[in-house]
Design a protein around this ligand. Structure first.
Ligand code: SF4
Ligand code: SF4
Length: 339
């Protein structure tokens, strides 16, 4: 049996999510990248070096996730990984759609990359490809098999929406077959293309699932996958009665860096000019009010303030006007550790 625990925000580690570019070879219907807010630049190596230096671990461990867009489209990715190792960043993950450009697997070693984290949104091409693009399933599975064969540890992210929640249960056997050791279930957020559909046939974003669907499907499915010996992590989303609410923006150190220089502390703020920090002449400087920091401190009965502002549809109210439950911080996770 897997052991379940709620992963409270770590006060001992810093997590740095570094978007090296926003360009991508795919055009997922729920892509969270918003070029109007995140820019279209690919950061030059010299800039990446200076921005990494701003977060270089000092007293506390700093975990690094390199992402995009598609980070393997960055021709200097192998160099950046080596640079991060020299700077003594903690665990290092590369988030990829699986196409693994620039022969990246041949240019880095399993000692340099802790995880290649792949994204699939269905157990077959029939489910995945209408969401992520024609051929995306085969390319990703091929990328995972090559990474595992070369000794890299691999994880997989599945973004749950109404379009694929009924197929989540079939992911367990596939993950086992592929040799994936960590499974991350994500909830689709109202940002990027989900909040700003581009229009056109077949491009409408998949819808968020209801609370009932989430609670009926996600915890039991996660438990079944964990029983296969795979660690599973999923967002808490809905707090249990009496469970305390906390905003990671106040009690943890997570930084989400974009190539236009914006640095956010909260992923739900990324679609808005609410970033708390910005790189100016390669120096990290605080933004003046009003920014996301001013929102973190607000206390509301619904729990997460940003959720209340941008996706209030997932809150239900009692007849007396009080919310029926609180929405957790999007960074609060449930973790099922394979024993
Ligand atoms: S969600 Fe990821 S893989 Fe899909 S288009 Fe956006 S950046 Fe690319
Ligand atoms: S998701 Fe909500 S609770 Fe979490 S950091 Fe953002 S504003 Fe705070």
């Amino acid at each position: 049996m897997a052991r379940k625990r709620t992963v409270a925000f770590s006060r001992n580690a810093v997590n740095l999510f570094f978007h090296l570019l926003t360009r991508c070879n795919l055009d997922c219907r729920h892509c969270y990248i918003n070029p109007d807010q995140h820019g279209t630049a690919t950061l030059p190596l010299a800039t990446v070096r200076r921005w990494l230096e701003a977060f270089q671990p000092r007293s506390r461990e700093t975990n690094l996730v390199l992402l995009g867009g598609e980070p393997t489209l960055h021709r200097d990715l192998a160099h950046i990984i080596r640079l991060a190792r020299e700077m003594r960043f903690g665990s290092l993950t590369v988030d990829t759609n699986g196409y693994l450009f620039h022969d990246i697997l041949a240019r880095v070693t399993p000692a340099e990359v802790d995880y290649f984290s792949f994204s699939l949104d269905g157990p077959t091409a029939e489910i995945n490809d209408p969401l992520r693009g024609e051929g995306a399933f085969d390319a990703c599975v091929d990328g995972i098999r090559r990474a595992v064969a070369q000794g890299f540890a691999t994880s997989l992210i599945y973004t749950v929406s109404r379009a694929n929640i009924d197929h989540l249960d079939r992911m367990g056997p596939l993950l086992k077959d592929l040799g994936i050791t960590r499974f991350f279930i994500q909830v689709i957020g109202l940002r990027g293309r989900s909040a700003h559909p581009s229009g056109g046939p077949g491009t409408e974003p998949p819808e968020q699932v209801s609370r009932e669907q989430w609670l009926n499907v996600i915890p039991p499915t996660a438990a079944r996958v964990a029983d296969l010996g795979i660690s599973v992590t999923y967002p808490k989303v809905f707090l249990d009665p009496g469970e305390p609410f906390a905003c990671a923006g106040l009690v943890a150190e997570n930084y989400f860096v974009f190539p236009n220089g914006r640095v956010y502390r909260c992923p739900l703020c990324e679609d808005h000019p609410l970033h708390s920090l910005v790189f100016s002449d390669d120096r990290l400087v605080a933004m003046p009010p009003i920014n996301e920091q001013d929102l973190f401190a607000l206390t509301i009965p619904e729990g997460c303030v940003m959720n209340r502002l941008i996706q209030p549809g997932n809150i239900e109210y009692r007849p007396d006007g009080r919310p029926a439950y609180q929405i957790a911080c999007c960074l609060l996770k449930e973790e099922l550790r394979a024993e």
